[in-house]
Design a binder for this molecule. Structure first.
Ligand code: PBG
Length: 328
């Protein structure tokens, strides 16, 4: 006797799940290689490829190796990177951040020389560039807002001059998007875009990243500028302000624990929305997979897909290369 004889029901959603072909036909969202941005850490030296201990299969590269890595990414179909630099020298004024010959600026030029079509985004914040590990300038233990924004403008111009396609301010200072937009325009870089880390939470998921960049805050935490994980209204306000100030793309960060925010931002605003699948999210899955407790690859792909379902158009992830291989 078949099931239909037992229950008199019209709607059987399982009909749409019966075979792989049917499931594929009715699949609602898909993850594509073109959604992915690979965060890349560049460090001083030559021939360096150093694994970040808390981020298996993620590395700090010297510029020569970063270029090689970018070629590999490009061949895999990944069309965008986000560059993070570890400077030669950390100073209280963070001046390496806007040195035209600094680590990030040299990396941009070297990568663009080989791969002119690769979209290069650059992190704009001061945390790796000062001994304090804070995203802004520090005076008497206070993170200065307006003074920091001035430095971020210089940093953005310097990245644009080197050939960056997008700057991505991740600092959460007030008013920085408008100031950077104006500074870029005045310097003749009106075609350089701004991806703003608009709703960035004060999160414990950033730990491994701070190991990677040697940028852990030396005092306090970042809660006077990054957002309280309990808040939603504040996220909408931050995103709205950044769009008004000229952001081309807005980001929500971290990812999985904040998909409700991604969803709301996507519903409310008509700009591309990015999400950052951050270092701690990556590290947790890698660690559990290493223990054999989860199937790491499947958990990663499911995580990325759920970000798309929540409404993200763009995903920053350390898993981009592996994901691209699986999508090939
Ligand atoms: C710093 C910055 C951070 C990340 C991106 N840019 C760390 C922080 O705010 O402390 C986090 C990325 C990650 O955890 O993967 N401006």
């Amino acid at each position: 006797m078949s099931q239909t004889d037992l229950l008199n029901i019209v709607h059987r959603p399982r009909r749409l799940r019966r075979t792989a072909a049917i499931r594929n036909l009715v699949q609602e969202v898909t993850l594509s290689k073109s959604d992915l941005v690979y965060p890349l850490f560049v460090c001083p030296g030559e021939h360096v490829k150093e694994e970040v201990q808390s981020m298996p299969n993620s590395f700090r590269y010297s510029i020569d190796n970063a270029v090689k890595e970018c070629k590999e990414l490009w061949d895999l179909g990944i069309q965008a990177i986000d560059l993070f630099g570890i400077p030669e020298e950390k100073t209280e004024d963070g001046r390496e951040a806007y040195n035209d010959n600094g680590i990030v600026q040299r990396a941009i030029r070297a990568i663009k020389a080989e791969l002119p079509e690769l979209c290069i985004m650059t992190d704009v914040a001061l945390d790796p560039f000062t001994p304090f590990g804070h995203d802004g300038l520090v005076e008497d233990g206070i993170i200065l807002n307006d003074e920091t924004v001035e430095v971020l403008c210089k940093m953005s111009i310097s990245h644009a001059k080197a050939g960056a396609d997008f700057v991505s301010p991740s600092d959460m200072m007030d008013g920085r998007i408008g100031a950077i937009r104006e500074a870029l325009d005045d310097a003749g870089y009106s075609d350089v875009g701004i991806l703003s880390y608009a709703a960035k939470y004060s999160s414990s998921f950033y730990g491994p990243f701070r190991d990677a960049l040697h940028s852990a805050p030396q005092f306090g935490d970042k809660s006077t500028y990054q957002m309280n994980p309990a808040n939603t209204i504040e996220a909408i306000k931050e995103v709205e302000l950044d769009i008004i100030e000229g952001a081309d793309i807005v980001m929500v960060k971290p990812g999985l624990a904040y998909l409700d925010i991604v969803y709301k931002v996507k519903e409310k605003f008509d700009v591309p929305v990015a999400v950052y699948h951050v270092s701690g999210e990556y590290a947790m899955v890698m660690a559990a997979a290493e223990k054999g407790w989860v199937d790491g690859d499947r958990v990663m792909m499911e995580s990325l897909l759920s970000m798309k379902r929540a409404g993200a158009d763009i995903i920053f992830t350390y898993y981009a290369k592996e994901a691209a291989k699986k999508l090939s």
